[in-house]
Design a protein around this ligand. Structure first.
Ligand code: SF4
Ligand code: SF4
Length: 329
């Protein structure tokens, strides 16, 4: 999206009136298909950019789900990143995992941890381990108070239970290949602290207090969109937060923003440059705008321009932010 910097000089001082022009981005080779298979979730977190919750009904249909393995194969994509809502709630989640794992792709389950101890999902952890699914799990703090404040009463204790279950299955242990990566995002309108330093603190706190191990901690900035934006608008902090993101824009992070190598698919099969654009309804550029278009022939997507806007500063501010944590590691 083009915006311009207007400069004028008054009594030898230079004033910049409008400083919004997020740089143009273009797609590179596709490595990741990120699929949001439905907005239903057993939680309703205050920062959720998907507005997910137990009352949401949107679920990907069978015909669209069937196209996912086809696209993985056709484009030689090596990562399937499953998200939601709680993706495991989808009745075809396990079928999809089985099909994708037979293609040898890395499967990521964005797991909220509490789903592992929801009634009817008791066998989920074993299933994920049996199919070598890597887990990226939200745990915005190692303290009960902060987690419950952001994610709901009782979520911390249930998350610890989920982590213990995953550890007992081999997740997060050095001797296995079962990856358990945790996600931190700030409670309020601040940028995340240093990923490496916070990882050390998490490791010590979780091991000392609960005997829990994990592989990596990913620090993510909160996007000022949807539920989080509404929350900031209510508290009068939205303008300040968006200004902070712009002020902290680090051009070096542009090299590694996730939209360059990822395509996001919504529950209806529509394509987007990333999950955030999906939530904002900013469709992908180019002729292919549905997963069925990708499945019909092998299209050359390299060089395609990416739709950007003000929220993109959430990816480039400070150390940068992506679905795999900080960019300037
Ligand atoms: S667990 Fe994830 S998808 Fe569910 S409400 Fe919380 S942030 Fe949203
Ligand atoms: S929000 Fe981030 S990932 Fe999405 S288009 Fe903007 S820079 Fe790319």
């Amino acid at each position: 999206m083009l915006r311009y910097i207007y400069k004028f000089v008054l009594r030898e001082r230079v004033f910049f009136v409008e400083t919004i022009h997020f740089p143009n981005l273009h797609r590179e080779v596709l490595t990741t298909l990120q699929v949001n298979i439905g907005y239903k979730c057993n939680q309703r977190c205050s920062h959720c950019h998907v507005n997910a919750g137990p009352e949401r009904k949107e679920m990907m249909d069978n015909e669209t789900i069937k196209l996912i393995p086809k696209v993985l194969k056709l484009y030689n994509i090596n990562i399937l990143d499953l998200t939601g809502g709680a993706p495991e709630i989808h009745p075809l989640f396990k079928d999809l995992v089985i099909k994708a794992s037979s293609l040898g792709v890395e499967i990521i389950d964005r797991c909220n941890l509490t789903i592992l101890n929801e009634p009817g999902h008791e066998e989920l952890g074993v299933f994920l381990a049996d199919h070598n699914v890597n887990i990226i799990a939200s745990l915005p703090c190692y303290s009960k108070e902060n987690v419950d404040k952001q994610r709901g009463h009782g979520v911390f204790e249930r998350s610890i239970l989920g982590l213990k279950q995953l550890n007992s299955l081999g997740y997060g242990q050095e001797e296995t290949n079962l990856k358990l990566n945790l996600v931190y995002n700030p409670l309020g309108p601040n940028l995340p602290p240093s990923q490496a330093k916070l990882e050390e603190v998490y490791r010590k706190e979780l091991y000392t207090n609960f005997g829990i191990c994990f592989n990596n901690l990913y620090t993510l900035a909160n996007m000022p969109i949807k539920r989080f934006a509404a929350q900031l608008a209510n508290s009068g902090e939205l303008e300040g937060y968006t200004k902070l993101l712009k002020e902290k824009h680090n051009p070096e992070n542009l090299e590694n923003v996730m939209c360059k190598t990822l395509i996001s698919v919504d529950w209806q099969g529509t394509l987007f440059d990333c999950d955030f654009n999906q939530q904002l309804g900013m469709k992908i550029n180019g002729k292919a705008n549905h997963i069925r278009d990708l499945a019909s022939q092998n299209l050359d997507l390299k060089g395609q321009s990416i739709n950007t806007d003000e929220h993109c500063y959430g990816c480039t501010a400070g150390s940068g932010s992506s679905c795999s944590g900080a960019l300037g590691k």
